[in-house]
Design a protein around this ligand. Structure first.
Ligand code: HEM
Length: 393
């Protein structure tokens, strides 16, 4: 998960509550809610509920995402919101989050990004894709009936586990951090209890990183080890990067697979429809679907100075949300913003496309010919990201 307010109250994070500051209509229908904002105020609109500027035209979105006066360090530390005695955990969790690649800024962000990009070369990506495809194939003969837990999630998990070079039990610890941190982010202000829980999970991960992960021989571990030795990242930074890679890869891969399969179900595709598609058609289909149903809706930034944007003057320190969901509505399929743009452009975009293109045809074949309930999912109430859940019967 990338955006700091990308939280949901269902799906994998079933126990989370949405921030109370988001009105119900935004949770139910974010696209329509932001359309009202656009109709009312134009392409750069102020949302008083979240105290954020929303940028909804592709042109201005690209401008913000390439303009160095907007920083990704979007989060204000919430330490002051809790009693002094309980600030240590909040501070620890906030510092951890600020080291997520997507929330950091140059020079560290560039350094880490360059090292990770070099580690993720073509042969490594082919291996990640192969493992994901193997998992997709494994569902074909299985009794899988649930689009999310039986099909999309195992494939996304296989890709993520190979990417991180982690064992299943190591992955569980990383997932624990991811869930606990999301739970912390899902409440407005700081919740000392949630901070304490997240802090415990992070400490566990730091011990694992120190003990095992940093010494692993795989690509990502080697890149992070070098960054650690060069003192670019401390132990918390390495743990934060692992978590960002985990959340950043697993969630949107799962969402994109479900989104594509649900669309195929909605359109009533037959097995023959699936068989007749060439790889290039699948690539087009996936790209269009990711544009129309982006897994992440926001790229949040903060201004470092007063900035003129469109016909607006935005003050220094203001929160600016590049609304990928709305900006995409005016983009051609191959020019969408679902992977972001500029300095923080998704590091896994090529990998995501490769995984989706190799796994979707396999899963689709099963979905249209077997007893899989492709229509049995719907979007959960969520702000900042798309979350699918299995319909309750
Ligand atoms: C369909 C799948 C995916 C989608 C839609 C997606 C979307 C995004 C978006 C929108 C951003 C930019 C956020 C911003 O500017 O604030 C981003 C950044 C990032 N993504 Fe992805 N992502 C996907 C898959 C992956 C995968 C598989 C990985 C694993 C390597 C990954 C790793 C990252 C990282 C590390 C960043 C931060 C880059 C930086 O800050 O320099 N993503 N992603």
């Amino acid at each position: 998960m990338h955006s700091e307010e990308g939280v949901a109250d269902h799906g994998r994070h079933r126990s989370l509550k949405c921030p109370i500051s988001f009105p119900e209509h935004v949770l139910h229908a974010p696209r329509e809610a932001y359309e009202l904002l656009r109709e009312d105020q134009g392409e750069v609109a102020y949302d008083p509920t979240t105290q954020s500027w929303h940028v909804m035209s592709p042109l201005l979105a690209r401008k913000v995402l390439t303009d160095k006066r907007f920083l990704a360090r979007g989060m204000k530390h919430k330490t002051h919101l809790v009693p002094e005695a309980r600030r240590a955990d909040v501070h620890y969790v906030e510092s951890f989050l600020s080291q997520w690649l997507v929330f950091s800024d140059p020079p560290v962000q560039q350094h880490v990004r360059t090292a990770l990009a070099a580690a993720m070369d073509s042969s490594f990506m082919a291996e990640v894709t192969r493992q994901a495809a193997e998992q997709a194939e494994a569902t074909v003969g299985s009794a899988a009936v649930d689009l999310i837990t039986d099909m999309a999630l195992p494939v996304a998990r296989a890709a993520t586990r190979t990417l991180l070079g982690a064992t299943l039990s190591q992955l569980e610890i990383i997932e624990g951090v991811s869930d606990a941190v999301m739970a912390y982010l899902a409440v407005p202000g700081a919740d000392a209890g949630k901070a304490a829980c997240a802090a415990d999970h992070i400490r566990l991960l730091e011990a694992l990183v120190d003990d095992q992960l940093l010494h692993g021989g795989d690509r990502i571990a080697a890149a992070l080890r070098a960054l650690h030795q060069q003192k670019v990242l401390d132990l918390t930074g390495v743990s934060a990067t692992y978590t960002q890679l985990f959340t950043g890869a697993l969630e949107p891969l799962k969402t994109a697979l479900v989104s594509c399969l649900a669309h195929i179900g909605d359109q009533g595709w037959s097995p023959a429809d699936v068989e007749k598609l060439e790889p290039v058609d699948w690539a087009d289909f996936i790209e269009t679907q990711i544009r129309d149903d982006p897994p992440f809706h926001f790229a949040p930034r903060r201004t470092t100075t007063t900035i003129e944007l469109g016909d607006r003057t935005i003050a220094e320190g203001a929160r600016v949300v590049v609304n990928l969901l709305k900006a995409n509505e005016d983009c051609r399929p191959n020019r969408h913003l679902s992977f972001g743009h500029g300095r923080h452009y998704c590091l896994g975009a090529r990998l995501a496309r490769a995984v989706l293109q190799s796994c979707l045809p396999v899963l689709a074949r099963k979905a249209v010919s077997d007893d899989v309930d492709v229509l049995g999912v719907s979007k959960a109430k969520a702000v900042g990201m798309t979350v699918y859940e299995v319909n309750e019967i």
